[in-house]
Ligand binder design. Sequence first.
Ligand code: DP6
Length: 317
Amino acid sequence: MTKTTATAHTNIALIKYWGKKDAQLNLPTTSSLSLTLDKFYTTTTVENSDIDQLIINGQMADPNRVHHFLDGLRTELGDFSPLLISSQNHVPTAAGLASSASAFAALTAATTRHIGLDLPLTTLSRLARRGSGSATRSLFGGFALWQAGTNDQTSYANALPTSNIPISLLVVEISGLQKKISSSDGMLRAMTSPKYEQWVHDANWQITAMQTALQAGDLTQVGQLAENNALAMHALNLSAKDRRFTYFTPQTIQVLDLVKKLRQNGLIAYATLDAGPNVKIITHADQAAYIQAQLHQELPKLRVTIAHPGPGVSYEQ
Ligand code: DP6
């Protein structure tokens, strides 16, 4: 029986997606901009089956979300057989790093190829968005810009022109002891913050400023914009009127303080954080190993991985 396999890498948003104007279609309130990473990815194989089934890292998983997603594809692309989906996540999900971006990008690519379609990346991006918003950007290598758009047809990502900015990202894994709040729920709550309108306003100019900084190869500006954007996102969570919350743990704060100290010592180090306690540090490729060593010295228990810009979606023949 024929199988089709695709690999997609995860991405970290430098300007975040944090709010939906349509929760069914994952239409975002703002555009967002990301860097795809080399170290973390998902490989997904699909084959025909009797019912839609999902196996993640060798274990049967709840197929509900995937089944709903595939039904959306069936409606748009024409009916196709139920699928057995086997996904191998090379993303440390247990440590709270998101895998939904790489997972839905790989699933969209594998499924459409499996049913004999060869769709442009922007169409794959649009379809992957319905599985998880951040998946919209994971089809592309390097930097990607997800244009918010106004409807299902116009909301998708594109690769940004290649930037040879010497960027590295240190992924600092902090295990979250607190109960997880999903991105979807977190966004809903954040949108009740009195600061939300300001967030949308700022994201609009930050998107343009980030592209300018990338083109100019200005890593300090890239880092500053990304850190400001991320901290503003987390400030929304803390100031939500509906069930305010935070993803930060005491260790998150420790790492943020260390990042500030590294900067005071003249290094390029800026932090960004997603829907969890882990910190990603943006730095110059030449400084990454030194910063990793500093982290190890001050916080020896934390695992730190150095990642670089990664590739777009690929297929196994
Ligand atoms: C903080 O893509 O996980 O990582 O669309 O509900 O699946 P859903 O949300 P998801 O949200 C990611 C949020 C973020 C920022 C970002 O990646 O832009």
